[in-house]
Design a binder for this molecule. Sequence first.
Ligand SMILES: NC(=O)c1ccc[n+]([C@@H]2O[C@H](COP(=O)([O-])OP(=O)(O)OC[C@H]3O[C@@H](n4cnc5c(N)ncnc54)[C@H](O)[C@@H]3O)[C@@H](O)[C@H]2O)c1
Length: 349
Amino acid sequence: MQVNIALKKVVDNSYNITIDSLPKLHFDTKVAIVTNPKIAGLHLGYLLSKISAKELYIITVPDGEKYKNQESINTILESLFNHRFNRKSLLIAFGGGVIGDMTGYAASIYQRGIDFIQVPTTLLSQVDASVGGKTGMNNSYGKNLVGAFHQPQAVYIDPRFLTTLQNREFGAGVAEIVKMAVTFNKPFFEFLESADLKDAEILQEAIKQAVQTKADVVAQDEKEHGLRAALNYGHTFGHVIENETRYKKYLHGEAVAIGMVMANNTSVKMGIMSKEEAQRVKLLLEKYNLPVSYTVEDAESFYETFYLDKKSSDSSITFILPVGIGGVKITDRCEKKLLISVLNEFGEV
Ligand SMILES: NC(=O)c1ccc[n+]([C@@H]2O[C@H](COP(=O)([O-])OP(=O)(O)OC[C@H]3O[C@@H](n4cnc5c(N)ncnc54)[C@H](O)[C@@H]3O)[C@@H](O)[C@H]2O)c1
């Protein structure tokens, strides 16, 4: 016997991403703003001058990647239960990628899913984390291993928040912008080469182009069955670097910057990127003080650590390799010998 549940619904998860000063927003529901004490101290007053709701609550969780965990999720959920939030209630993620990912995840599981809005405050979260609906948290097995795809109702990117960002955090966001341009958008890369992102107007344009590039990719492959994986360019190598340096030496975007240079060197060796193109990417990263070199002490052990990457299976490793500038190849067929020689030569820099 067989019973068929017809669930062939066409779901429209579309939403708008506004890149401008935050407009005044009113919600006729219960709303909770999820943030951390640092962001609240810097910018909550401004946010509250723009938001009104039937009932408005603030939920704070501790600042930092190490608090992107079940305990913080519980803090958020318990507060929602205490305030009797229902399925029409709304969460607002107000912070960087850590807050955005956790708020989205809490929204995805509270009473089987409620709406949320992203108000990202770091460059990295404005150009990358707030867009595309990946939500989640870390656990003892690794980063972002628990989560859900849950798209926000809207994203409001207000560049004014970036004025209080530390230089290194700004650079980490630039790395993700470069990632978007190298993999999918050559004209955008050329724009970045001649642009100064410290200029507010140019920065706003770059944010728009990065978001547009990511949105186009997500629209084609929301749940990362193929194309979207290309946005992990630099990450396969970067994760090993983060792991080897115990997440202490580099911000995520900085490790990705080194990882992109490693991926480029691999592409050059494979003959799918010219040395000149690889050099242009390196120069662009250096312009924003991003690290582009790293001493590989032990190439074999570096190689083995690739297998910890969650995008790899037990027997193969997925690499995202640029094809020139503005093109990309996703492959799990990259010869070990070639990679070891890329890593050994990298160590000599
Ligand atoms: N969902 C996705 O698609 C996606 C994509 C990329 C990264 N991520 C996740 O994003 C996280 C990294 O995000 P992040 O780089 O924004 O880190 P973060 O959220 O930890 O923010 C970095 C630091 O900047 C502070 N901060 C935030 N806004 C500020 C402001 N306006 N002024 C001054 N300080 C401010 C934060 O409190 C924190 O101390 C990681 O957990 C990563 O897994 C998710």
